[in-house]
Design a protein. Structure first.
Lengths: 277, 333
């Protein structure tokens, strides 16, 4: 029978499904591909993404913190400077991980590796690909958040069990950034355009009340920062870290829910335009 | 008769085959395209083409670059939506049933798009997962396909360590993971050296023997002659002719061709002196072609007129000549 090709009924199983042209409920195939690829090639990059916020926490929190002393936390109580910036750095790392995965990674796979092209010649639809890639970004965000929270614990920066909720909250933050990031990436064609992403990310990292309270800015600048996504993430995690919640808490969460929904819609529409022309 | 290979390949496999049509009935049509059209803005890439392909046939689209071959392939694969016309693959419309249609298809794109982050065998396994196929099926299948692609000893290699020919064979092996009934091959041997091409042709020929329907685009006439039972000659999005390679040559060319080279300066001027020899004369920038039933006789006539070409060659007509006749242009420019 040599290779005995067109025989068994295995592909009949694949054939019998009848879903729309966009989705075949098989995002898990995209996910397992991502895990396998990470295992063999990408794990060093992943590790560096984990250490970045840890290094910031040590240098700024411990180093700068020695000069600053204690500051006022969200609930009004005094907390150490390291405990003040740690949740903010966690929000930043959730953002960075999600954005890296959904922009640079996706950009490369889309334009150079032609990975999605190959996937879309199978039973997979664009929505399977988008969901799978975003899930991978979130999984990575989850691992970073767990690792970072553990480091906070070791450094004695966790004072309440509420702080464990920072982990799912980080995943929500990552979801928002990953879904929007992938949608935006679908519009970009060159590496120069990709650099714009960094151009937005760096100031957002530095000025979103990450290292000092928002109140140092004039009112107009405060509004601008409050419109940006990272500030909501920083504030949300900072509140959770000390277990103090206000009326602003649901607004921060709502911001990310809307961001996620808009991002998913944009990504699906764009993938359809790009790949099912 | 192509069914024999499949029926003989095991009792379990035979058990799922009873629906297969008896040999006496005409073969089932697996692809129908009617007035298929694709426009990009003002550009019409595919201009109302109509064809159908029965199961098990090896069907070719022959034409120069930009003729609309790849666009047609993409519409069949359901990754490009048609502008107008009708298209059915195994009875399904690829625009509305993309994933379902692609479950029947194996696709070998013009450029390899193997997963460079995965190793050779993992490429096959992961691709099978995209079709939702279980690992228990995929593992033996991957080994079988590596054997078929003569890549068994490369199973654990990285993809970028493979040669061009090996990558192509892996791409073809990958396209077979879901046991497609139809295999789409877009320029399968472009960029390969002659030896790699022949290995690939041999593999494709085996698939054909096993009853897989092959749809392939090419601008190589020898490839079309080797592999295609039937083909359409496409130019500027339109079908210029349709038939088997032998049929096309018989209808649109003579049996033999004499190729004469007089040097690029003199080809045009000397053409007038060749008038009347053979059935038809074609003057190209680098050579003059005389279409004749008997090439040697035509060559003797040339000599008897006192003309001394720098080189001369008598050969059989090929699809290249058919294309030249139909469009006034060469296939490979």
């Amino acid at each position: 029978m040599s290779a005995g090709l067109p025989v068994t009924s295995a592909s009949d199983a694949a054939r019998d499904r009848s879903f729309g042209p966009l989705y075949s409920r098989n995002a898990r195939a995209v996910i397992s591909r991502g895990l396998l690829a990470t295992k063999s090639t990408n794990w060093l990059v992943m590790l560096s993404g984990f250490f970045e916020p840890v290094l910031f926490l040590i240098s700024m929190g411990v180093g700068l913190g020695a000069i600053v002393g204690s500051v006022q936390g969200p609930g009004g109580g005094e907390i150490s400077y390291a405990a003040y910036i740690a949740p903010a750095l966690l929000a930043v790392s959730a953002m960075n991980g999600a954005v890296y995965d959904s922009t640079w990674n996706v950009f490369f796979k889309m334009n150079f590796a032609k990975l999605y092209q190959g996937m879309l010649y199978t039973s997979l639809g664009p929505l399977d690909v988008a969901l799978g890639e975003i899930f991978l970004a979130l999984l990575r965000g989850l691992l970073y958040a767990m690792g970072f929270t553990a480091v906070m614990g070791v450094m004695g920066l966790i004072t309440t069990p509420w702080a464990l909720l920072m982990i799912p909250a980080s995943v929500l933050i990552a979801f928002g950034f990953a879904s929007i990031g992938m949608g935006i990436t679908s519009f970009l064609k060159t590496f120069q355009q990709m650099d714009w992403i960094n151009f937005i990310m760096l100031p957002m990292f530095l000025f979103s009340a990450t290292f000092y309270p928002l109140s140092v800015y004039p009112q107009a600048i405060q509004w601008l920062i409050q419109a940006m996504p990272l500030w909501h993430g920083v504030e949300l995690l900072r509140q959770i870290s000390v277990g103090t919640f206000t009326t602003a808490t649901p607004i921060h969460i709502g911001y990310y829910l809307v961001m996620t929904a808009v991002g998913m819609l944009l990504t699906t529409v764009r993938l359809r335009q790009l790949f099912l022309k | 008769m192509h069914n024999k290979a499949t029926v003989s390949s095991g009792a379990a496999a035979g058990a799922v085959q009873p629906a297969e049509e008896p040999h006496t009935e005409p073969r089932r049509i697996v692809i129908t395209a009617e007035n298929l059209t694709k426009t990009y803005g003002d550009v019409t890439a595919v201009d109302g083409i109509t064809f159908s392909v029965p199961a098990g046939e090896s069907f070719g689209l022959l034409g120069p670059n930009g003729a609309g071959k790849s666009t047609t392939m993409k519409m069949i694969g359901g990754v490009t939506r048609r502008t107008s016309g009708d298209l059915h693959i195994m009875g399904l419309d690829p625009d509305s049933h993309g994933p379902e249609v692609r479950a029947h298809l194996g696709v070998v794109p013009q450029q390899d798009n193997l997963d460079e982050e995965l190793r050779v065998r993992d490429n096959l396994l992961v691709y099978g997962r995209y079709f939702g196929l279980p690992m228990s099926y995929l593992k033996p299948k991957a080994d079988e396909l590596l054997e078929f692609a003569q890549l068994t000893d490369k199973a654990k290699s990285k993809v970028d360590a493979l040669s061009g020919g090996m990558k192509r064979r892996l791409t073809i092996a990958r396209s077979l993971i879901n046991e497609p009934r139809i295999l789409l091959l877009d320029e399968p041997t472009t960029g390969l050296d002659p030896q790699a091409r022949h290995i690939l042709w041999d593999r494709l020929f085996r698939l054909k023997e096993q009853g897989v329907t092959l749809i392939l685009t090419t601008h190589y006439m020898d490839e079309a002659e080797q592999l295609c039972d039937r083909l359409i000659v496409v130019d500027k999005g339109r079908i210029m002719a349709e038939g088997s390679p032998a049929q096309l040559i018989r209808e649109h060319s003579t049996r033999e061709v004499v190729e004469l080279r007089f040097g690029s300066e003199r080809n045009t001027t000397i053409a007038a002196e060749l008038d009347g020899i053979g059935e038809r004369l074609e003057v190209l920038p680098d050579r003059v072609l005389i279409y004749a039933h008997d090439g040697e006789a035509a060559l003797e006539q040339v000599a008897s007129r006192g003309l001394r070409p720098l080189t001369s060659l008598v050969r059989r007509s090929s699809l290249e000549d058919v294309f030249l006749r139909l469009t006034g242009r060469s296939l490979v420019e």
